[in-house]
Ligand binder design. Structure first.
Ligand code: GDP
Length: 195
């Protein structure tokens, strides 16, 4: 994908209606700090357009990044902050649920997992939730460069087992440092959005 333009087009808060842009969209979910902003910036060839979770507790929003006036990359709020209140957690859940339910344009959901760690209970819950809403999550194993080559297969297997992934589920290792995996992710996005 040649990125001709990438803009933060829409920011959705808790009370916002989920927009219908008419463009196909793919969404990215994952625990805070998993590398979601880094991935989205990497896909867009931008250094810092997507916000990073430098400050935990920052406003939780759903951000739509419009690429080439062709499609939207949708950044879902990260989960798993240590210090969120149950009320905030509930708000977060409602927002994601509402989005997965309402979007007319959603073609696929990517779930990000840190390749170094076993999936958490929250990750499993998110995986189930995406499935429950009728989407087959595509897994991106982030921070690939932090592992020794010899450990990669073992850790990918642990992710498959930890999430109890369905047979045939795609898992793509990605590094924001080397951009390994970027082309494969774009190819997948293009095939899913009819590009
Ligand atoms: P987010 O909270 O999911 O949006 O995570 P960020 O993209 O802000 O990343 C969290 C931290 O992990 C930052 O310090 C990033 O620089 C770092 N990070 C993200 N992706 C990678 C990666 O692929 N490799 C390495 N080495 N660090 C990464």
């Amino acid at each position: 994908m040649v990125i001709k333009s990438a803009v933060l087009d829409i920011v959705c808060g808790i009370t916002s209606k989920i927009p219908d842009t008419g463009l196909p969209e793919v969404a990215f979910a994952g625990k805070s700090n998993v590398g979601k902003s880094s991935l989205i910036n990497g896909l867009m060839n931008r250094k810092a357009l997507a916000r990073t979770s430098a400050q935990p507790g920052k406003t939780q929003t759903i951000n739509f990044y419009k690429i080439n006036d062709e499609l939207d990359l949708v950044d879902l709020p990260g989960y798993g902050y240590a210090r969120v209140t149950p009320a905030e957690k509930e708000k977060w859940g409602k927002m994601i649920e509402n989005y997965l339910h309402t979007s007319h344009n959603l073609k696929a959901v990517f779930l990000l997992i840190d390749i170094r760690h076993d999936p958490s209970a929250n990750d499993r819950q998110m995986y189930e939730w995406i499935l429950h809403n009728g989407y087959e999550p595509i897994i991106i194993a982030t921070k690939l460069d932090k592992l020794k080559r010899s450990q990669v297969q073992k850790n990918l297997k642990a992710i498959r087992e930890g999430l109890q992934l369905r047979k045939g589920t795609t898992v793509i290792p990605y590094s924001a440092e080397t951009k390994q995996g970027r082309d494969e992710i774009w190819e997948l996005i293009e095939s899913l959005t009819g590009g």
